[in-house]
Ligand binder design. Structure first.
Ligand SMILES: [Fe+2]
Length: 284
Protein backbone atom coordinates (compact mmCIF):
# COMPACT_ATOMS: atom_id res chain seq x y z
CA UNK A 1 0.00 0.00 0.00
CA UNK A 2 1.21 3.47 -0.83
CA UNK A 3 2.26 5.78 2.01
CA UNK A 4 -0.09 8.64 2.83
CA UNK A 5 2.20 11.46 1.76
CA UNK A 6 2.48 12.33 -1.92
CA UNK A 7 5.94 11.70 -3.36
CA UNK A 8 8.21 14.66 -4.18
CA UNK A 9 6.95 16.53 -7.23
CA UNK A 10 3.33 15.41 -6.82
CA UNK A 11 0.50 17.71 -5.73
CA UNK A 12 -1.38 17.19 -2.45
CA UNK A 13 -3.95 15.10 -4.35
CA UNK A 14 -1.06 12.99 -5.72
CA UNK A 15 -1.46 14.20 -9.30
CA UNK A 16 1.55 14.96 -11.46
CA UNK A 17 1.91 16.46 -14.93
CA UNK A 18 1.57 13.73 -17.54
CA UNK A 19 4.71 14.97 -19.29
CA UNK A 20 3.47 14.00 -22.73
CA UNK A 21 6.43 15.70 -24.44
CA UNK A 22 8.82 13.41 -22.61
CA UNK A 23 7.56 10.15 -24.12
CA UNK A 24 10.03 8.65 -26.58
CA UNK A 25 9.16 7.44 -30.07
CA UNK A 26 9.69 3.91 -28.80
CA UNK A 27 7.15 4.43 -25.99
CA UNK A 28 4.55 5.77 -28.41
CA UNK A 29 5.23 2.78 -30.66
CA UNK A 30 4.53 0.38 -27.76
CA UNK A 31 1.13 2.04 -27.28
CA UNK A 32 0.36 1.82 -30.98
CA UNK A 33 1.33 -1.83 -31.13
CA UNK A 34 -0.80 -2.76 -28.11
CA UNK A 35 -3.69 -0.61 -29.38
CA UNK A 36 -3.71 -2.23 -32.81
CA UNK A 37 -3.53 -5.74 -31.38
CA UNK A 38 -6.45 -5.22 -28.98
CA UNK A 39 -8.62 -3.31 -31.44
CA UNK A 40 -8.41 -6.30 -33.80
CA UNK A 41 -9.24 -8.75 -31.05
CA UNK A 42 -12.13 -7.03 -29.30
CA UNK A 43 -15.02 -6.81 -31.79
CA UNK A 44 -17.39 -9.65 -30.87
CA UNK A 45 -15.68 -9.93 -27.47
CA UNK A 46 -15.95 -6.53 -25.79
CA UNK A 47 -19.40 -5.17 -24.91
CA UNK A 48 -21.13 -2.51 -27.02
CA UNK A 49 -20.44 0.30 -24.55
CA UNK A 50 -16.72 -0.41 -24.57
CA UNK A 51 -16.48 -0.58 -28.37
CA UNK A 52 -18.42 2.68 -28.68
CA UNK A 53 -16.18 4.31 -26.08
CA UNK A 54 -13.03 3.35 -27.97
CA UNK A 55 -13.66 6.27 -30.30
CA UNK A 56 -12.82 8.62 -27.45
CA UNK A 57 -9.26 7.27 -27.66
CA UNK A 58 -8.83 8.03 -31.34
CA UNK A 59 -7.12 11.37 -30.89
CA UNK A 60 -5.55 13.80 -33.35
CA UNK A 61 -2.17 12.04 -33.26
CA UNK A 62 -1.14 8.41 -32.74
CA UNK A 63 0.77 7.15 -29.73
CA UNK A 64 0.06 7.51 -26.02
CA UNK A 65 -2.94 9.82 -25.57
CA UNK A 66 -2.31 13.33 -24.33
CA UNK A 67 -4.47 13.47 -21.19
CA UNK A 68 -5.54 17.06 -21.93
CA UNK A 69 -7.00 16.16 -25.28
CA UNK A 70 -8.43 12.95 -23.88
CA UNK A 71 -10.07 14.88 -21.05
CA UNK A 72 -11.68 17.31 -23.51
CA UNK A 73 -13.27 14.35 -25.28
CA UNK A 74 -14.33 12.59 -22.11
CA UNK A 75 -15.72 15.80 -20.60
CA UNK A 76 -18.01 16.13 -23.58
CA UNK A 77 -19.17 12.52 -23.23
CA UNK A 78 -19.68 12.15 -19.46
CA UNK A 79 -17.92 14.96 -17.59
CA UNK A 80 -14.95 12.83 -16.52
CA UNK A 81 -11.31 13.89 -16.68
CA UNK A 82 -8.12 11.83 -16.71
CA UNK A 83 -5.32 12.88 -14.35
CA UNK A 84 -1.81 11.46 -14.08
CA UNK A 85 -0.42 9.90 -10.90
CA UNK A 86 2.98 8.30 -10.29
CA UNK A 87 1.56 4.84 -9.44
CA UNK A 88 -0.74 3.38 -6.80
CA UNK A 89 -2.28 6.03 -4.53
CA UNK A 90 -3.77 5.68 -1.01
CA UNK A 91 -7.40 4.54 -0.85
CA UNK A 92 -8.78 7.87 0.36
CA UNK A 93 -7.04 9.71 -2.48
CA UNK A 94 -8.32 7.21 -5.03
CA UNK A 95 -11.93 7.42 -3.78
CA UNK A 96 -11.81 11.22 -3.63
CA UNK A 97 -10.77 11.41 -7.29
CA UNK A 98 -13.45 8.96 -8.44
CA UNK A 99 -16.15 10.69 -6.39
CA UNK A 100 -15.28 13.88 -8.29
CA UNK A 101 -15.22 12.20 -11.71
CA UNK A 102 -11.45 12.20 -12.06
CA UNK A 103 -9.85 8.99 -13.23
CA UNK A 104 -6.27 8.51 -12.05
CA UNK A 105 -3.92 6.99 -14.60
CA UNK A 106 -0.28 5.98 -14.41
CA UNK A 107 1.75 8.04 -16.88
CA UNK A 108 4.44 5.44 -17.62
CA UNK A 109 4.17 2.70 -20.23
CA UNK A 110 5.42 -0.88 -20.03
CA UNK A 111 8.65 -1.85 -21.78
CA UNK A 112 8.71 -3.65 -25.12
CA UNK A 113 9.59 -6.92 -23.34
CA UNK A 114 6.53 -6.63 -21.04
CA UNK A 115 3.75 -6.44 -23.63
CA UNK A 116 1.84 -9.37 -22.14
CA UNK A 117 2.53 -9.20 -18.46
CA UNK A 118 2.83 -6.36 -16.03
CA UNK A 119 2.46 -6.13 -12.25
CA UNK A 120 1.61 -2.45 -11.88
CA UNK A 121 -1.03 -0.74 -14.02
CA UNK A 122 0.57 1.43 -16.71
CA UNK A 123 -0.95 4.01 -19.05
CA UNK A 124 -2.10 1.32 -21.48
CA UNK A 125 -4.05 -0.53 -18.81
CA UNK A 126 -5.41 2.63 -17.24
CA UNK A 127 -6.37 4.46 -20.43
CA UNK A 128 -7.12 1.74 -22.98
CA UNK A 129 -8.67 -0.47 -20.29
CA UNK A 130 -10.73 2.06 -18.35
CA UNK A 131 -11.41 5.20 -20.36
CA UNK A 132 -13.75 3.75 -23.03
CA UNK A 133 -16.15 2.56 -20.31
CA UNK A 134 -15.98 5.99 -18.66
CA UNK A 135 -17.49 7.39 -21.86
CA UNK A 136 -20.65 5.39 -21.10
CA UNK A 137 -23.06 7.50 -19.01
CA UNK A 138 -24.31 4.66 -16.78
CA UNK A 139 -20.89 3.17 -16.15
CA UNK A 140 -19.47 6.64 -15.55
CA UNK A 141 -22.08 7.14 -12.83
CA UNK A 142 -21.28 3.74 -11.35
CA UNK A 143 -17.59 4.54 -10.94
CA UNK A 144 -18.43 7.84 -9.29
CA UNK A 145 -20.87 6.07 -6.95
CA UNK A 146 -18.14 3.56 -6.13
CA UNK A 147 -15.80 6.41 -5.16
CA UNK A 148 -18.49 8.00 -3.00
CA UNK A 149 -19.19 4.62 -1.39
CA UNK A 150 -15.47 4.21 -0.77
CA UNK A 151 -15.25 7.54 1.04
CA UNK A 152 -18.23 6.57 3.23
CA UNK A 153 -16.57 3.20 3.95
CA UNK A 154 -13.25 4.52 5.23
CA UNK A 155 -13.99 3.91 8.93
CA UNK A 156 -15.37 0.36 8.69
CA UNK A 157 -12.18 -1.63 8.24
CA UNK A 158 -13.73 -3.40 5.26
CA UNK A 159 -11.97 -1.82 2.30
CA UNK A 160 -10.58 -5.20 1.27
CA UNK A 161 -14.17 -6.35 0.74
CA UNK A 162 -15.16 -3.21 -1.15
CA UNK A 163 -12.07 -3.59 -3.34
CA UNK A 164 -13.41 -6.98 -4.45
CA UNK A 165 -16.46 -5.26 -5.92
CA UNK A 166 -14.16 -3.07 -8.02
CA UNK A 167 -11.95 -6.00 -8.92
CA UNK A 168 -14.71 -8.34 -10.10
CA UNK A 169 -16.56 -5.62 -12.03
CA UNK A 170 -14.46 -2.65 -13.18
CA UNK A 171 -11.29 -4.73 -13.58
CA UNK A 172 -12.51 -8.22 -14.52
CA UNK A 173 -16.25 -8.03 -15.18
CA UNK A 174 -18.29 -9.76 -17.87
CA UNK A 175 -21.78 -8.73 -18.99
CA UNK A 176 -24.61 -10.66 -20.68
CA UNK A 177 -25.46 -8.95 -23.93
CA UNK A 178 -27.87 -10.25 -26.58
CA UNK A 179 -27.62 -13.78 -25.21
CA UNK A 180 -23.83 -13.91 -25.15
CA UNK A 181 -21.06 -13.03 -22.71
CA UNK A 182 -19.08 -9.89 -23.39
CA UNK A 183 -16.07 -8.30 -21.69
CA UNK A 184 -16.12 -4.91 -20.00
CA UNK A 185 -13.42 -5.30 -17.31
CA UNK A 186 -10.32 -3.21 -17.96
CA UNK A 187 -7.90 -5.95 -16.93
CA UNK A 188 -9.39 -8.19 -19.61
CA UNK A 189 -9.84 -5.72 -22.47
CA UNK A 190 -6.26 -4.52 -22.08
CA UNK A 191 -4.81 -8.06 -22.17
CA UNK A 192 -4.58 -10.10 -25.37
CA UNK A 193 -4.31 -13.36 -23.44
CA UNK A 194 -7.14 -12.74 -21.00
CA UNK A 195 -9.45 -11.35 -23.72
CA UNK A 196 -9.43 -14.88 -25.11
CA UNK A 197 -9.21 -16.78 -21.82
CA UNK A 198 -12.11 -15.02 -20.12
CA UNK A 199 -14.57 -15.94 -22.87
CA UNK A 200 -13.15 -19.02 -24.61
CA UNK A 201 -11.38 -21.11 -21.98
CA UNK A 202 -13.12 -24.05 -20.27
CA UNK A 203 -11.11 -23.44 -17.14
CA UNK A 204 -12.66 -20.49 -15.24
CA UNK A 205 -16.09 -20.40 -13.62
CA UNK A 206 -18.53 -17.83 -14.94
CA UNK A 207 -21.03 -16.94 -12.25
CA UNK A 208 -23.93 -14.51 -12.10
CA UNK A 209 -23.02 -11.32 -10.21
CA UNK A 210 -24.20 -11.10 -6.62
CA UNK A 211 -22.86 -8.30 -4.44
CA UNK A 212 -22.45 -10.25 -1.21
CA UNK A 213 -20.92 -13.24 -3.00
CA UNK A 214 -18.42 -11.02 -4.79
CA UNK A 215 -17.45 -9.16 -1.62
CA UNK A 216 -16.66 -12.49 0.07
CA UNK A 217 -14.47 -13.77 -2.76
CA UNK A 218 -10.70 -13.40 -2.69
CA UNK A 219 -8.97 -12.78 -6.00
CA UNK A 220 -5.60 -13.37 -7.55
CA UNK A 221 -3.43 -10.62 -8.90
CA UNK A 222 -0.71 -12.75 -10.45
CA UNK A 223 -2.52 -14.62 -13.22
CA UNK A 224 -5.80 -15.03 -15.11
CA UNK A 225 -8.88 -15.02 -12.88
CA UNK A 226 -10.42 -18.31 -11.74
CA UNK A 227 -13.93 -16.82 -11.50
CA UNK A 228 -15.56 -14.21 -13.64
CA UNK A 229 -18.77 -12.60 -12.37
CA UNK A 230 -21.38 -11.72 -14.95
CA UNK A 231 -23.76 -8.76 -14.66
CA UNK A 232 -27.02 -8.56 -16.57
CA UNK A 233 -26.69 -4.85 -17.30
CA UNK A 234 -24.82 -1.74 -16.28
CA UNK A 235 -28.03 -0.39 -14.80
CA UNK A 236 -28.00 -3.36 -12.41
CA UNK A 237 -24.45 -2.48 -11.39
CA UNK A 238 -25.22 1.19 -10.87
CA UNK A 239 -28.33 0.38 -8.80
CA UNK A 240 -26.26 -1.99 -6.65
CA UNK A 241 -23.76 0.75 -5.82
CA UNK A 242 -26.38 3.44 -5.25
CA UNK A 243 -29.05 1.43 -3.38
CA UNK A 244 -26.89 -0.67 -1.07
CA UNK A 245 -26.44 0.45 2.50
CA UNK A 246 -22.87 -0.73 2.96
CA UNK A 247 -22.56 -0.26 6.74
CA UNK A 248 -24.84 -3.15 7.77
CA UNK A 249 -23.41 -5.22 4.92
CA UNK A 250 -19.88 -4.81 6.30
CA UNK A 251 -21.12 -5.86 9.74
CA UNK A 252 -22.70 -8.98 8.27
CA UNK A 253 -19.68 -9.84 6.13
CA UNK A 254 -17.35 -9.55 9.13
CA UNK A 255 -18.91 -12.71 10.60
CA UNK A 256 -18.84 -14.72 7.37
CA UNK A 257 -15.88 -16.63 5.95
CA UNK A 258 -14.30 -15.65 2.64
CA UNK A 259 -14.47 -17.81 -0.47
CA UNK A 260 -11.36 -18.90 -2.34
CA UNK A 261 -10.94 -18.11 -6.02
CA UNK A 262 -12.13 -21.10 -8.04
CA UNK A 263 -14.90 -22.19 -5.64
CA UNK A 264 -18.54 -22.67 -6.57
CA UNK A 265 -20.78 -22.06 -3.57
CA UNK A 266 -24.40 -22.63 -2.63
CA UNK A 267 -26.70 -20.08 -4.21
CA UNK A 268 -24.42 -19.32 -7.17
CA UNK A 269 -26.11 -18.73 -10.51
CA UNK A 270 -23.56 -20.78 -12.44
CA UNK A 271 -23.42 -19.89 -16.12
CA UNK A 272 -20.40 -22.05 -16.78
CA UNK A 273 -18.79 -24.42 -14.32
CA UNK A 274 -15.10 -24.33 -15.21
CA UNK A 275 -12.67 -27.22 -15.05
CA UNK A 276 -10.11 -25.01 -13.23
CA UNK A 277 -7.53 -26.94 -15.27
CA UNK A 278 -5.51 -23.82 -16.07
CA UNK A 279 -5.13 -22.85 -12.39
CA UNK A 280 -4.38 -26.47 -11.38
CA UNK A 281 -1.67 -26.72 -14.04
CA UNK A 282 -0.08 -23.43 -12.92
CA UNK A 283 -0.14 -24.56 -9.27
CA UNK A 284 1.86 -27.73 -9.99
FE1 LIG B 1 -7.41 -0.97 -13.54
Amino acid sequence: MASDLPPPGAAADWTIPQGWDRYTAEEHAIWDQLFERQVKLLPGRACEAYLRGLDVLRLSRPGIPDFEELTERLMRATGWRVVAVPGLVPDAVFFEHLANRRFVAGNFIRRADQLDYLQEPDVFHDVFGHVPMLADPVFADFIQAYGQGGLRSMGYGALDKLARLYWYTVEFGLVEEAGALRIYGSGIVSSAGESRFALDSDSPHRIGFDLKRVMRTRYRIDDYQQNYFVIRSFDELLRTAVDTDFAPLYAELASLPDFAPGEIVEGDRVLHEGTQAYAAEKAR
